[in-house]
Design a protein around this ligand. Sequence first.
Ligand code: C2E
Ligand code: CA
Ligand code: CA
Ligand code: CA
Length: 280
Amino acid sequence: AMHEASHSGRRYRSYNRRSNEHSLYTVELLGELQSALDDGQLSLHYQPKVNLASDQVMGLEALLRWEHPVRGRIAPDQFIPSAERTGLIHSLTDRVLDLALADIARLRAEGLDMPVSVNISARNFLDPGFADRLLEKVRVSGLPPCALELEFTETALMADPDEVIRALRRLTEAGLELAIDDFGTGYSSLAYLKRMPVTTLKIDQAFVRQMLEHPVDEQITRASISLARDLGLKVVAEGAEDAATLARLRDYGCNAAQGYGIARPMPLEAIIAWAHDRGL
Ligand code: C2E
Ligand code: CA
Ligand code: CA
Ligand code: CA
């Protein structure tokens, strides 16, 4: 598939720049990821998204963490790409969904009923059973489908746009929220954006993080905000690291922001305490 080809092309180039040791490390990690799944070494951390007009927390993003018994914490960027290439991503995403649904129930028991978003790989949408499995998990959890939001990149549509759009339609019709992640970094953004039944666009942190130092980043961020608004989408800026960036995003009419300037991702119990501290 087109996506696989360009994706692996990119990986190949980045591996060339690294040492042999690094790819060996990746192979080893992948073997260990199966035991991580079996031994409960995976958990989710949560980062809040805040509405810039009202300062209210409008949702949480679930971010995967691997606590390796020997190597310590391993960042998702170090194992998710290999899990995507090998197909292990299917069991990994299933696990992430199980963890997220359990955590959402705990959040609600604490009076925190904001939507939680989960990252879904492009590869997951190529699995014809994916949407059904996901909807069944939500049904069994007894939670309202709107408690769960899915974040995915435009590359999800590259391989089989019609098939993927059908799956996305089923998910929105069931009541799930859908968000385009890393907007501006993928391929053919605008053409796909028009066809996707999404409600939210997330501007990639690559544009937001240093936008006050780099005018081009700021222009891209500003243009993405107005594009999203013209299309009737909610827009969330990622990677807002300080108060000045948050203020500028608010001036541009960005709906919400996420970033170290608000809070870092944190374990479930810590995010519950953080939310309670804010009076939630
Ligand atoms: P992402 O979906 O774009 O997630 C945002 C990343 O930016 C997170 O990194 C988060 O910790 C980081 N971040 C948030 N605010 C700031 C900020 O102000 N400054 C900076 N410098 N960084 C910030 P993390 O947790 O390391 O995740 C990296 C990527 O791994 C994610 O990027 C996502 O693509 C992937 N990922 C994480 N969890 C999952 C998962 O459960 N499933 C899948 N398929 N992918 C995941
Ligand atoms: Ca994300
Ligand atoms: Ca992102
Ligand atoms: Ca990203």
